[in-house]
Design a protein around this ligand. Sequence first.
Ligand SMILES: [Zn+2]
Length: 491
Amino acid sequence: MTIDRRTFLGAAGLTAAIPVLSGLPAARADQAPAEEPRRAAKNLVFMVADGMSFGTLSLGDMVLQLRDGSRAHWVGLMNRAGTRRGLVETRSADGFVTDSAAASTAWGIGELVDNGRVGMTPDGRFPTPILIHAKQAGKAGGLVTTTRVTHATPAGFSCNVPTNRDDESRIAAQMLERRIDLMVGGGARFFPDSLLAKHPDVEVIRTRSQFDAFAGGAVGTGPLLGLFAGSHVPFEVDRRTLSLPVPSLAEMSRAALARLERAGGDAGFVLQIEGGRVDHAGHYNDAAGLIDDMIAFDAAVGAVIEWAANRDDTLVIVTADHATANPGLTEYGARGVKGLMKTLKFRHSFEWMEGKLASKFPLANPEPPEFGDGDMAHATGIDINPADLRDIIEEATGIALSKGETELLARWKRGEAVDGFALAGARYGPLGAVMANHTFVAFLSPNHTSDPVEITAFGPGSELIAPWQQINRVHAALVKALDLPPAKPVA
Ligand SMILES: [Zn+2]
C-alpha cells in the first residue's frame, strides 16, 4: 500500500520541507487542526514547565516515589481517561534549538520567529498574541510565573516588541498598557514607581500578607500585579529551606484561577502558568534546584486538576517550551536508587552556593554574578580554598566531596578548562558532573536542546492536539478551542 506523502504529512501535522534563505525548512503556520472541536472552551489554562525534558519530569516523579510514596500529578493525568497527549517539535525560525521567547511567541501568534524575538515575525510583523486576542473577545487574561513576569515565556504569550526579550522595561510597560488582568511572579525591578504611577488602577501586591488577602478573595477593581522578587522568584529548594515568605507556584496558581474566574465572568479567561526556574536549574546542571522546582510545578498541575474537576468548560494544557540540558538518572539498580536518595537531603541551589562563594572570595574576574538571575554567569578567577568550597557544597547538598573532586572544582573556579566539552566547562558543567558522581543525575550541556517535548491536554478542544506537531501549530488549536473571532491588530 502506498501513502501519498502530502496526505501523510498533513494528517500527522508535520511541515513540508520548503527551502528558505536560512537553509532550514520553513514552517507553515496555517496547518488546520485534524478535528473540529466538539464545543468551545470558555477558559484556557496553559501550563508550561520551562525547559523540561522527559528526564526532568522523570527525576521529579522518581523523587516523589522515594519521598512521598506518590506519583507526579502530571503522570497521573497522562493515564487518565479522556486525556489527550502529543509530542511537540520545539524549533524556532532560525534553528532547531529554540529559546523561550521564540517558543512562547509560537504559541502566542502561531508563527515561528527567530530566537530572542517576542511577538515579532522574521519579516517584521506583529500579530496579535493569544492572550490579547482573548481579551479582545471579552475574556480576562492572566500570567503566573516563577520568573520575572516580564521574562520570555509570559512575554511571548502577550506582547510584541521590535527589539528582543531583554527589553524587559518595554515589556513591563506594554503589559500594563494592554491591561493584562493578572500578572504574578517576580520582576519588581522592571516596575519602578514612575511606571506604576501611570497606571494608578493597578493593584500591586508584594508581601506575604498582601498575597494571603488576595488568595483569600479580597476583590480589587483593576488589574492585579503581584511582585514577589526583584528578579526571579527564588528556587523552590532555597524557598523551602530558608522558609522565604514567597508564595509557591501552586498557591499563586490557585489564587489566580479564583481571581480570573471572577474577572472573566461569563466570557471566561486565559491563564498561562509557568514553572520558569525548572529551565534555570537545567542551565546550571543543578539537580537540587531542578528536582524541587519540577515537583513545585507538578504541585501546580495538581492544583489546576483539582480546580478543573467536575468542570466541562475549561481546556487545560500542560507542556514544555523546549528541553534544557537533558538530565537523567544514569546508574543501574540499587546503586542508582541510592544516588537519587541523596537528592532528598538537598538544602540549597547552585545559585545559593555561588552567592556564598562570592561573599567569601573577592572576584578577580568577571563582574560579580547577578544572583536571582537565571542567566547568572559562572564567576571565574576565584582563587578559592578547596576546603571552603567543599564545606559550602556539603552545606548545600549534604554530599561530602573527595579530595580529588574538590581540587578539580577549585581549578574550575580559578578558570582552568577541566571539561573536554568546552561549552559545558565554561559554565556549571564541572560542578554538575562532580555531583553526578554521588547522585548519578547527569546533564548533557548548559544549553537548551532540540528534543521534542510532551503536550498533555484535557477539556473541550483537547481533541485538537495532534500526536505530533510543530510548536506553532498549538496556537491554531487554542484559537479554535476558544472559538475566538478574528483578532484585531495590536496598536
Ligand atoms: Zn533557558
